[in-house]
Design a protein. Sequence first.
Length: 175
Amino acid sequence: MNREEKILLYKEVKFTDVSKELLEQLQKGGFLTVKRDDEVNTMTIAWGSLGFMWKKPIFTAMVRYSRHTYELMESTKNFTVSLPLKGQLEKELKLCGSKSGRDTNKIQECNLTLKEGFLEDSVIIDECDLHLECRIVYKQGMDAATLSSEINDSCYANNDYHVLYYGEIVKAYIK
Ligand SMILES: Cc1cc2nc3c(=O)[nH]c(=O)nc-3n(C[C@H](O)[C@H](O)[C@H](O)COP(=O)(O)O)c2cc1C
């Protein structure tokens, strides 16, 4: 698909205009998709945040060290978040949140359609309605020593901490 076709198919939106829908769906699950060379992997996320930092709109994704996605995030500049807003893709969100791209091609197994985004190495899940294309501007591994003990005990009993990836939202669009 060329740039003009993409512009016809997708309507660019301000992230502040879709933040309610975005955050409501995020709690149920969205797809975090990353491309490294010829490999594309997606995983389900439900944690993340939306806001303004460094005078930029930012989506922060939390990826545990154990994820295959972590390895891909470490060697790319961009990631996308794709959200189904009409209750579709429940089964696919479950599968992409339980199987690893290390062992399975989840895109094929779920029969998901990939579309090239606007940024370099940005790929979206076409069956979704709302897409963010983000450029990683900062990342930070969690420091367990400064974490509340309540969260440490409830979320990190196995010491599998998150890396926080701060993505500048360069494009936000709906189909
Ligand atoms: C609803 C739901 C939300 C999830 N949210 C996250 C998340 O925010 N961060 C994370 O690291 N893993 C999260 N997971 C777990 C990953 O999606 C899961 O471990 C996945 O298999 C990792 O895939 P990968 O190894 O291909 O990266 C979530 C799983 C589900 C079902």
